[in-house]
Each structure stands twice: as C-alpha cells, then as structure tokens.
Design a protein. Structure first.
Length: 101
C-alpha cells in the first residue's frame, strides 16, 4: 500500500453537500403544486422584467403573509416561506435566462 495521500482536485467547484435537503423538499413541494396547477415547467416560459417582477411580487406577498403571522398558504397548505423560496428562485432563473440571451 502506498503512503501517498488521497487527492481530489475540487477546489473552486460548487460544494452541493452544503445544500440542506429539507430546503430542496420545500422547493419541490411548491414546484409540484405549480406543475399540477399550471403545467410542468410552465414557469420556464417566463421572460423579461415584467415576468421577473411578477415572481418577485409573489415572493414578497408570501413573505408579508408569513410576517403577519399566517404561516401557511390557504390554497396550497404549504408554508408561505416555501412559496417565497420558490418564487425567489424563479426570479433568479428568469434573470439568468434573460442575461444569457
């Protein structure tokens, strides 16, 4: 057996092990509800500042509802923070998509 130590050249690469699985579950629960309501991946059709701002406004509505003491969305039963998380991710997706054009 060699005395050489293990090497793995992953410096500077994204460390996905830092991602909390419960956050992924929150995101996916909202995404699944949205897919049932609007169609799978319908949200990816959004583009431009108007659509981006609609997702931002939705995120803010969910944050405000949470801050006002309403912890769960009445329609979905899911936490408002889960909806806010999803909408913020959608804002970033749209903006990234628009910037790459």
């Amino acid at each position: 057996m060699s005395d050489e130590k293990f090497k793995k050249f992953d410096s500077g690469k994204t460390d996905y092990s830092l991602f909390e699985p419960s956050v992924m579950q929150m995101y996916c629960e909202v995404a699944q509800m949205g897919a049932a309501k609007y169609g799978r991946n319908n949200w990816k059709k959004a583009s431009g500042e108007t659509d981006s701002n609609r997702y931002l406004a939705a995120a803010l509505r969910h944050l405000m509802a949470h801050m006002s003491g309403e912890l769960h969305d009445k329609e979905s039963g899911l936490p408002h923070l889960s909806h806010a998380l999803w909408n913020i991710a959608a804002v970033q997706y749209v903006r990234n998509k628009d910037e790459s054009k």
